[in-house]
Each structure stands twice: as structure tokens, then as C-alpha cells.
Ligand binder design. Structure first.
Ligand SMILES: Nc1nc2c(ncn2[C@@H]2O[C@H](COP(=O)(O)OP(=O)(O)OP(=O)(O)O)[C@@H](O)[C@H]2O)c(=O)[nH]1
Ligand SMILES: [Zn+2]
Length: 361
């Protein structure tokens, strides 16, 4: 293939000049991308191949919020030690971030994956079909910084696709939508066009809508290769964990972590998903109108005269309620409080570390 530059390993995994030029004095450090994570153990890929890595004590010490821990998809700078394991020393600022609130009452989020270019929001055209669900996922996708594409699966099980598409019209405004059937092998080429070399994609959606079927289809025979590498030859020697960031034969990169599968809405960019309501709200008498009981509410007015679907407003209000409780929002609030109470994050960190130590005892 004349004229096509041969990519080195990390370029295949999405390394760009932008990342490269962000650090001009590497010293002994090398660039790596996190390909899987199991608790505090990471597998990363460098130009030399796969390496198991942990974060440095210093980095661990400097972390204030759990979202600062590396996650699958992250670009990191590591040093490779004499025993061929890696120490992660620095995290590259993420271009996009898919996260959810942490369980328990820890007030920080958990990053599920990062640096995703395109998120496929998968929903089947049969039993799983629900425009409100797409709304939620879209909200999350916009908020992540990645570009969403709505993928309607199992078209072979749907008698009236046009009707379903009409139901989604408002919700999916301005978002590319692909109808496909893995069973009939239709629409797969269209979907494939969204998976580009060196770009990272992720599939989200309820269990059973056909995400694995699609991912395996795009993987083709190469899934076998990954397995062989894992078990056998020296490239996979350090690899005991299954890879969660996978190279596709067409050059695309897919992130498929367990967390992605359990993904629930944690926070979202409501104004983007509900642009119609945001527009209407500009006409409300009160700027902070909650569109519930206030006089002069343009949104309520629109519902009354049929310009806005009542269900859509209901789901907007519900999401808004959830979001005000969401941990990511409270994290921002918390940062505000920290600054007021402690004057700086550093002081806060100190006291937080102290609290953690007390808890551990
Ligand atoms: N009729 C039909 N069935 C499909 C299609 N795609 C997948 N399925 C079936 O749907 C079931 C679930 O598919 P999966 O690919 O495992 O779904 P998933 O979204 O990965 O599910 P989780 O792994 O639980 O997240 C399987 O039995 C598939 O064979 C399709 O286009 N049409
Ligand atoms: Zn209002």
C-alpha cells in the first residue's frame, strides 16, 4: 500500500500528535494507553507491547478524587521498571469521559472509560424500544464529550420501523441513527462506516439488545488472535486480564468494559438533549422556572396547546431531579464548599487523607 504511512503500535491504539506534543520532556517515561483495569492493576499498551502497571505512590498520594485514577482508554505516562512492569506516573487530560457515581456514600464518580470518540447507543426495535431510554443515554453521551450515534437493532423483529423512527424524531434530532439487524446482516455496513481507524468507539445499551453480537461481528476472526496472544506467546506473557480496549480489523478501537455494561445514567447535559424545552424555557416569566407550578410558564403553556409532548416534559423533570442528586453534580458543589472551608484543595486533601486513615483503623 504505497503512500500510506505504517502506524506504530500506539498510533494504532489512537495516539495522536496532540497527545505527543503535550509533553516535550519525557525523560525515561513512555506513552501508554490503558487497555484494561482490575482494581489497582492495569494493563497498558506501549510501543513495545503490553505491560502490566500500577500507579506510582506519588500519584496515588496526589489523587483527591476517585475520577483521577486511570481508567480504560486513558493515555498515561509510565516508566518501565527492570522487571518489565510499568509504573503509571501521569494521566493525560481526557478528551471525553464516561462515568457514573460511585456506590456507597463516597462523593466522587467512577470513570468507566475515557477518550471515546463515538458512543453507539444501542436499543432494539422490539421489546426494549423506549424513546425515554434513548433520551437518557443521549443525555449521558452528550455530557461525556463523545459523539453519539443511535443504533436501532433487531430490525428483523420489527413490523413497522417507520412508526418507530417517527416516535424517535424529537428525541434524536440532529443525531445520526442507524437501523440494523445482525440476524439479517442488514445495516452493518452503515454502522461500520462510523468505526474509523485510530478512533475509539463504545457500545452502550440495555442487556440483550445485541451489543456483543455487533462487536463480535466487527471483530471477525481477530478475537481468536487476541485469545491466543493472551495465553501463549511472549507478547501476552504479562497479560492475565482480558482486554477491554480492543483493536478491530478495520483499524477502529472498541472499548468494552464490564462497567460499560452496567452503565446507568449518572449525569447528563439536559439542555442539549432537551433543546426544545430549553428554547421554550427562555420565554418563561421566571428565569429559574421549574416548569411545574409557576405562573407564566411557557413550557407548561406549550404542553397545554400540544406543541410539546407531556411525556417529554415529564421525563425532563424526572432527569432533572435525578441530576440534582447526582454525585457528579455534588462533586462540583463539594469543590465549591472545599474552597470556601479550606481555602485550598491541598488543605482539604490533607484532612481527607486523615479522615480516610481514621476510617481504615
Ligand atoms: N432477532 C435478532 N436477534 C438478535 C439480533 N442481534 C442479536 N440478537 C440476539 O439477541 C440476544 C442478545 O444478544 P447480545 O449480543 O448478547 O446482546 P448484548 O447487548 O451484548 O447483551 P449483554 O451482553 O447482556 O449486554 C442473542 O441471543 C442474539 O443472538 C438481531 O439483529 N436480530
Ligand atoms: Zn417554565
Amino acid at each position: 500500500m504505497k503512500g500510506i504511512k505504517k502506524l506504530n503500535i500506539i498510533e494504532k491504539y489512537g495516539f495522536t500528535d496532540e497527545i505527543k506534543s503535550s509533553e516535550n520532556n519525557l525523560g525515561k517515561l513512555v506513552w501508554a494507553r490503558v487497555t484494561s483495569q482490575h482494581r489497582d492493576l492495569y494493563q497498558v499498551v506501549t510501543n513495545q507491547g503490553f505491560v502490566q502497571a500500577k500507579i506510582s505512590g506519588k500519584m496515588n498520594h496526589q489523587i483527591i478524587n476517585t475520577t483521577e485514577y486511570p481508567a480504560v482508554g486513558d493515555w498515561v505516562l509510565i516508566s518501565v521498571e527492570a522487571n518489565a512492569t510499568g509504573i503509571i506516573r501521569k494521566l493525560w487530560p481526557r478528551k471525553s469521559i464516561l462515568a457514573r457515581e460511585a456506590s456507597g456514600n463516597d462523593s466522587s464518580g467512577q470513570v468507566i472509560a475515557s477518550n471515546i470518540d463515538t458512543i453507539f447507543i444501542c436499543m432494539s426495535l422490539n421489546t426494549n424500544f423506549n424513546p425515554r431510554r434513548v433520551e437518557r443515554y443521549l443525555t449521558m453521551a452528550w455530557d461525556s464529550g463523545a459523539t453519539p450515534v443511535v443504533v436501532l437493532t433487531k430490525s428483523d423483529l420489527c413490523a413497522d420501523i417507520t412508526a418507530k423512527l417517527r416516535e424517535l424524531e424529537d428525541v434524536c434530532m440532529g443525531v445520526d441513527t442507524v437501523v440494523c439487524s445482525f440476524e439479517m446482516k442488514t445495516g452493518l455496513d452503515k454502522l461500520s462506516a462510523y468505526i474509523k481507524p485510530q478512533k475509539t468507539v463504545a457500545f452502550i445499551g440495555s442487556s440483550g439488545v445485541g451489543k456483543s453480537s455487533l462487536i463480535n461481528w466487527f471483530l471477525g476472526d481477530s478475537e481468536l488472535e487476541t485469545k491466543q496472544v493472551r495465553e501463549g506467546d511472549d507478547k501476552g506473557r504479562h497479560t492475565t486480564t482480558s482486554r477491554q480496549l480492543i483493536l478491530l480489523p478495520n483499524g477502529g478501537i472498541v472499548i468494552d468494559t464490564p462497567g460499560m455494561r452496567e452503565l446507568q445514567l449518572f449525569v447528563g447535559n439536559l439542555s442539549k438533549t432537551f433543546e426544545d424545552i430549553t428554547e421554550l424555557a427562555k420565554e418563561c416569566r421566571f428565569r429559574d422556572c421549574s416548569h411545574q407550578n409557576e405562573p407564566g410558564c411557557a413550557v407548561k403553556e406549550a404542553v397545554k396547546d400540544g406543541r410539546l409532548d407531556a411525556d417529554r416534559l415529564k421525563s425532563y423533570l424526572k432527569l432533572q431531579r435525578e441530576m440534582s442528586y447526582s454525585k457528579m453534580n455534588s462533586r462540583q458543589l463539594e469543590n465549591e464548599k472545599i474552597n470556601q472551608a479550606f481555602g485550598s484543595k491541598k488543605a482539604m486533601k490533607k484532612s481527607r487523607k486523615h479522615m480516610q486513615q481514621i476510617k481504615r483503623r
